[in-house]
Design a protein around this ligand. Structure first.
Ligand code: SF4
Ligand code: SF4
Length: 176
């Protein structure tokens, strides 16, 4: 085993591509906002923004996700720096403690709905850097079983949003 093999996957990822913290718009629940505000009082860390990415906007198998969208298609996301880095990204990773980190971040790269976990993972992680006997989730110390409490908390906090479980485009049609 050489030094490169011993480096955590996320550190090797950062040397080869934009990481999830440099290229993702992170939706924050009302609970995330409360927790981050308590830890970073006075910091303006989120704003409402529209996305044109169908992976974000099209979730017909998960209508509860549509509650995260306002009628104009925007949703509450973490602010990013001009280069796309998350506002909480530091030199060696996230500067938020795990229990304060947005739930979406804690679950990454698991993919899910209000009913459970999907069979596949979010495709950004560089699986080509894994050694032959490694799995992505094993290397990251994650599992659907271990993440299920966070998934349930995510959808519980999504329920606090005032929006209906209907795609914004469908709401437009209903109003028209
Ligand atoms: S979770 Fe995946 S995409 Fe994010 S830094 Fe780690 S390896 Fe890269
Ligand atoms: S909050 Fe932390 S884990 Fe989430 S995208 Fe930002 S830096 Fe990455």
């Amino acid at each position: 085993m050489n030094n490169r093999d011993e480096e955590p996957l996320c550190a090797r990822c950062a040397k080869t591509q934009k990481t999830c913290c440099q290229a993702s718009e992170i939706y924050v629940t009302p609970g995330d906002v409360r927790r981050i505000r308590a830890e970073r009082p006075g910091l303006d860390f989120s704003h409402d923004r529209r996305s044109d990415d169908p992976d974000v906007t099209e979730h017909d198998d998960d209508p509860e996700w549509y509650r995260t969208f306002n009628d104009d298609g925007s949703r509450r996301v973490l602010r990013q720096r001009p280069n796309g880095d998350c506002t909480f990204l530091g030199p060696v990773g996230c500067t938020l403690d795990l229990e304060v980190r947005p739930i979406i971040c804690r679950l990454y790269p698991l993919d899910y709905t209000a009913s459970g976990f999907r069979e596949y993972l979010v495709p950004r992680c560089p699986t080509g850097l894994l050694r032959s006997q490694q799995t992505l989730l094993g290397t990251l110390g994650m599992s659907p079983e271990g993440g299920d409490a966070w998934r349930l908390q995510l959808y519980e906090e999504i329920q606090e949003e005032p929006n209906p479980p209907i795609a914004p485009a469908e709401r437009d049609r209903g109003a028209g």
